[in-house]
Design a protein around this ligand. Structure first.
Ligand code: DGL
Length: 268
């Protein structure tokens, strides 16, 4: 593994650009290769078999691009395909999911007693946050809620999300009452963090997933001597499996400085 090689990041679509953006801020000298599987999104409603199949194909593509590390920037794929990808990438590159860093920061936070988690159907069905948090902190009571409409509405930048108060209609759920903190368990959700903060009126702690992921990846790469040493302004590459102009436009939501998407057909 060569520290000069790029970091691969992937998601079902463009939600993982929130992670790519955070990594580019925390590790400004690192070159990023991003793959968004726009042909198959949303992953949140797919079967574990298909999510694993797509994730393996993308991982092969990123390995071909000589990535020294791969970040699964999707909670749905992280919760379902991590073990399969760990096998595939063994001794070839460092592999990160977006769940472990958040769990690490939660279990170290003694304030948290009643924790809410929101995410896609796929992520919530695995119960991964509750299982892994309770392995380390049995005293944290975890309540999980699937919020399947949010990712698509965020991606559409759909005003209905705010007008019809879809966020509130999910969070009003009795199941989520009495929480003191909440994990935004989908890489799209940092884009509605301020709306969620507004809903809770500052009474609930919103766990900062992107900060935890950036810090975690930096520390691990540092320990493995895999951080690039030279100072540079890297040229990132962004690929999607199905290019449309609308998608190109939408990336501005996630990467305000603007990026160019290229289509790469890795599935046929
Ligand atoms: N970004 C994906 C995640 O974090 C959600 C979007 C999807 O369902 O494809 O789970």
């Amino acid at each position: 593994m060569n520290p000069d090689n790029p970091i691969g990041i992937f998601d079902s679509g463009i939600g993982g650009l929130t992670v790519a953006h955070a990594i580019s801020k925390t590790l400004p000298n690192e070159k990023i290769i991003y793959f968004g599987d726009t042909e198959h999104l949303p992953y949140g409603n797919k079967s574990p078999k298909m999510i694993t199949f797509y994730s393996e194909k993308i991982t092969d593509f990123l390995l071909k691009k000589k990535c020294k590390a791969i970040i699964i920037a999707c909670n749905s794929a992280s919760s379902i395909a991590f073990t399969a990808l760990k096998r595939k990438t063994k001794n070839k590159c460092a592999l990160f999911n977006v769940i472990d860093p958040v769990i690490q920061s939660v279990v170290n936070d003694l304030f948290i007693k009643n924790l809410g988690v929101i995410g896609t159907n796929a992520t919530i069905a695995t119960n991964i946050y509750q299982k892994n948090i309770n392995k380390k902190r049995a005293d944290i009571h975890v309540k999980s809620l699937a919020t399947p409409l949010l990712a698509s509405l965020i991606e559409e930048n759909n005003p209905q999300l705010y007008k019809d108060n879809i966020i509130a209609s999910y969070l009003d759920s009795k199941h989520m009452s009495n929480i003191d903190s909440i994990i935004l368990g989908c890489t799209h959700y940092p884009l509605i963090k301020s709306e969620i903060e507004h809903y809770y009126k500052g009474k609930i702690k919103i766990i900062s997933t992107l900060k935890s992921i950036g810090k975690y990846v930096k520390n691990k790469l540092q320990k493995k001597n895999l951080l690039v040493l030279k100072k540079q302004i890297p040229k990132h590459n962004f690929y999607v499996s199905d290019y449309t102009k609308i998608f190109q436009e939408k990336t501005k939501l996630f990467f305000p400085s603007g990026i160019i998407l290229e289509e790469e057909n890795i599935f046929s």
